[in-house]
Design a protein around this ligand. Structure first.
Ligand code: C2E
Ligand code: CA
Ligand code: CA
Length: 764
């Protein structure tokens, strides 16, 4: 994986992680939100229940106080006498629970208020001098209402009190108002009661204007401010809403902040005097559970996110480092730090996509193996490094180089000019040559190099495959040129040559394919007729091999025989051809054709093989072919080593019945001497004698031919002239006494089947 891809993947993973985490976070928030809402709803219901309890208790207290006073009023009505003793008696009887601090009576429309105070009769007081609250409720009671006053400071008792007033009837007429005054102890006690352990209520009691009636002792909203609307913990806006709600006598729930925390705040109407209970739960800091849960989740989430991202990044760094190491191993030569071949190939591939003007030069150090021994490994490595440095200095920005296989350097040059390329490579070689001088060594560093010019111009936007192929071709050509430079001397530079390459390529193909071709019968028997010039008939033929491949292409012997002669395969092929000839003759004889002599070309290799004659006999025996029908064509080169030796072999073949023909006579340094000394049956004058203008113009050549033929005749050797291409040729060779003619004039070599059709006659 390359770095870019890795980076992309890391970014993807990171984004995915973040996205998944955020999703989880959102889910947790939603869950928390619902949980909290549910919790809050149930909490509010609980609170409401507590508040109701307070409310009921307080109202009960009112009702019982009021009830007590009304009972007392009834008592006064019944006795129709109003004395302070009566009143005291009433108080004693009824006020066990109600605990009025004092009672008072004020006759309707009178200003005289008669008051009992701790069972002692006081003087009559003037109503108009009493507290405004007292005056109001007494007057209301005269009108028939049972009323409760607001809280007020009793001057005499020196404490905050609340007063009740009820009408006192005489039959159906109101006689006056009965007044009961109570301190707030009972209410305060109620308000300060802690209902449940989890909830610690702060309950204050305010009138419609927000003024405190009474309060719990440690309220958050300090009653000392006198009015709840003086508090700072509620906003003006909130206060306006509360005022509105209170004016309408509706309950209201809100929150307030105190010391950075939020608390619930309930306004519950008391159905009396426009009073309200103002409640809060000091233990419940509203936002805290939600807030803290959110906070915990968010903090946990960010920790997890940070950890995940950290591990991703750490992992990525590790991977990248590893990757770099791998890339380093995969793409760089650890010794010189230059590219290695796979990387260079990649680079070439990319460069060729945009520019075809390139050549590749490959240089190799001669005898580097010995240098390792002479200089020692370390110094030899030093030389390689120095060469890499020289290359680095010599190449341009658009050029590349690499080291490959110890001592080979590939250089991609941005030129297609052979002269320029050679000059640059030679310059590099010269610089490398100076290295040994610098090292005070006498051993010269010489190089050889191959250069190939890029033959391919890629189309625009070429894909990797075609660019890769182009790179491969270029490198391959460079390597081919280098191989040919190895044979040269010193700093040789050889350019890639297509024809040499093709020939070599074919040769390689031929060599790698020959055995298979033989076993699969791709070598075919072709025959070229030989005309008997005395009878004017085709009475012999020469077997010539053709390689016809599976795909139908034909390869001529000129292309493969020399190769087979070198690699030894020719001996096998020649025997195979003898076999093909015998098989064919057998078929023809079986088919009733008159048999005809067939010449077979024999290579030097085969001729000296110890089992040669035996093999030949085996074949002729197998197909029961009279050996006199088989003529062995040999080349004069066979006699080069020893004529005697050759004659020995020939006589063995003669003994077995085979005939011997000397092929291509006159093509090399033939000597007439050879004709006289070799025990041959036939000589074939090379087609070079008749070749074109030379023969027409060169009278001497004609004389030579004439004399060779005459000599052969005298030595009882048959003569065949090859290369008869025209009637002129034929009449000339007949005139000079040649016995046989062979050539395109009669026929080109043709397949055995065609030969059969054209030249064989059934025996009569
Ligand atoms: P070669 O033995 O001298 O065979 C004669 C060659 O001359 C044949 O080429 C033939 O096609 C060609 N030829 C015949 N008439 C004329 C003509 O009128 N004008 C011209 N210009 N050429 C003519 P081919 O078949 O290509 O064979 C080339 C050579 O390959 C042969 O030369 C022979 O040395 C060798 N060869 C062919 N078959 C075999 C084989 O089975 N074994 C061995 N060892 N060598 C073979
Ligand atoms: Ca021949
Ligand atoms: Ca020949």
């Amino acid at each position: 994986m390359n770095e870019k891809k890795l980076q992309k993947r890391i970014v993807k993973i990171t984004i995915l992680t973040a996205a998944v985490s955020l999703l989880l976070l959102a889910c947790s928030c939603i869950v928390i939100y619902y949980m909290t809402t549910a919790e809050r709803t149930s909490y509010q219901a609980q609170m409401q229940a507590f508040i109701n309890e307070y409310k009921i208790n307080i109202e009960r207290q009112f009702d019982s106080d009021m009830g007590a006073l009304e009972t007392l009023a009834g008592f006064i009505s019944d006795s129709r006498i109003l004395t302070l003793e009566n009143m005291d008696e009433g108080i004693t009887k009824n006020s066990r629970q109600t605990m009025f601090l004092r009672l008072g009576y004020c006759e309707k429309d009178s200003d005289e208020l008669r008051i009992s105070l701790s069972k002692n009769m006081g003087d009559a007081l003037s109503l108009s001098e009493q507290n405004e609250q007292v005056q109001t409720i007494i007057r209301k009671a005269w009108e028939g209402e049972s009323v409760t006053s607001y809280m007020y400071m009793d001057e005499i008792l020196q404490q905050w009190v609340i007063a009740y007033a009820v009408p006192v009837y005489d039959n159906d007429t109101i006689m006056g108002s009965l007044l009961g005054v109570k301190n707030l102890d009972a209410f305060e006690e109620l308000l300060n009661r802690t209902t449940l352990s989890q909830i610690s209520m702060d309950v204050d009691w305010v009138n419609q204007n927000g003024e405190y009636v009474t309060w719990s002792s440690d309220s958050f909203i300090k009653a000392s401010m006198g009015n709840i609307f003086n508090t700072q913990v509620l906003s003006e806006k909130e206060k306006a809403v509360i005022r509105e709600k209170m004016a309408a006598g509706e309950p209201y729930t809100t929150e307030f902040e105190n010391g950075g925390k939020n608390y619930p705040l309930y306004f519950e109407p008391l159905n009396r005097n426009g009073w309200y209970l103002v409640c809060t739960d000091k233990t419940s800091e509203i936002r805290s559970p939600v807030y803290f849960r959110f906070l915990i989740v968010i903090v946990t989430f960010f920790i997890i996110l940070a950890l995940s991202i950290f591990s991703i990044l750490y992992g990525a760094r590790y991977l990248r480092k590893n990757n770099r190491q791998l890339i380093g191993l995969a793409y760089y030569d650890p010794l010189t730090g230059s590219y290695n071949l796979p990387r260079l190939r990649q680079e070439i591939q990319e460069l060729l996509k945009n520019d075809s003007v390139y050549s590749i030069a490959i240089i190799n150090i001669r005898h580097f193996r010995y240098m390792n021994e002479i200089f020692g490994r370390e110094q030899a490595n030093g030389i390689l490094k120095a060469i890499a440095r020289i290359l680095k200095q010599n190449i341009h920005e658009s050029e590349r180089y690499c080291r490959y296989m110890a001592d080979e350097f590939y250089i991609l040059l941005n030129t297609d000019d052979q002269v320029q390329a050679r000059e640059r490579v030679m310059a590099i070689m010269d610089q490398v040559g100076t290295l040994s001088e610098n090292m005070n060594r006498t051993y010269p560093i010489t190089l050889y190099g191959g250069i190939a010019v890029n033959p391919v111009t890629l189309p625009k936007n070429a894909d990797d495959v075609s660019a890769g192929k182009a790179a491969e071709t270029l490198i391959h050509r460079g390597e081919f040129a280098l191989k040919h430079a190895r044979m040269g001397q010193d700093n040789t530079v050889v350019f890639y040559d297509e024809s040499i390459y093709q020939a070599e390529n074919l040769q390689n193909q031929i060599e790698s394919d020959m055995k298979r071709a033989l076993s699969e019968g791709e070598f075919k028997l072709y025959l070229q007729p030989k005309k008997n010039l005395n009878t004017g008939k085709i009475q012999a033929a020469e077997a010539l091999v053709r390689w016809i491949r599976n795909d139908g292409t034909m390869i001529y012997p000129d292309q493969f025989i020399p190769i087979f002669e070198k690699n030894g395969f020719c001996a096998e092929l020649d025997l195979y051809m003898v076999e093909l000839v015998c098989r064919q003759l057998r078929q023809w004889m079986d088919a009733g054709y008159e048999p005809m002599t067939v010449s077979v070309n024999q290579s030097k290799l085969l001729f000296y093989r110890s089992d040669y004659v035996q093999k030949l006999c085996q074949i002729t025996d197998q197909y029961q072919i009279p050996r006199t029908l088989i003529v062995m064509e040999i080349l004069e080169g066979l006699a080069a080593e020893s004529i005697e030796e050759l004659n020995k072999n020939i006589s063995v073949l003669h003994e077995k019945g085979f005939k011997i023909s000397l092929d291509d006579f006159g093509s090399g340094y033939s000597s007439l001497n050879l004709l006289a000394r070799l025990e041959i049956d036939e000589v074939k004058l090379d087609r070079g004698f008749l070749a074109g203008d030379l023969y027409m113009e060169n009278e001497k050549l004609k004389v030579l031919m004439k004399n060779i033929i005459r000599l052969a005749e005298e030595l009882h050797i048959d003569t065949v002239v090859e290369g008869v291409e025209s009637g002129d040729n034929e009449s000339f060779i007949s005139r000079i006494g040649a016995a046989w003619g062979q050539g395109y004039y009669y026929s080109r070599p043709i397949s055995a089947a065609d030969f059969e059709k054209m030249y064989l006659e059934k025996e009569v």
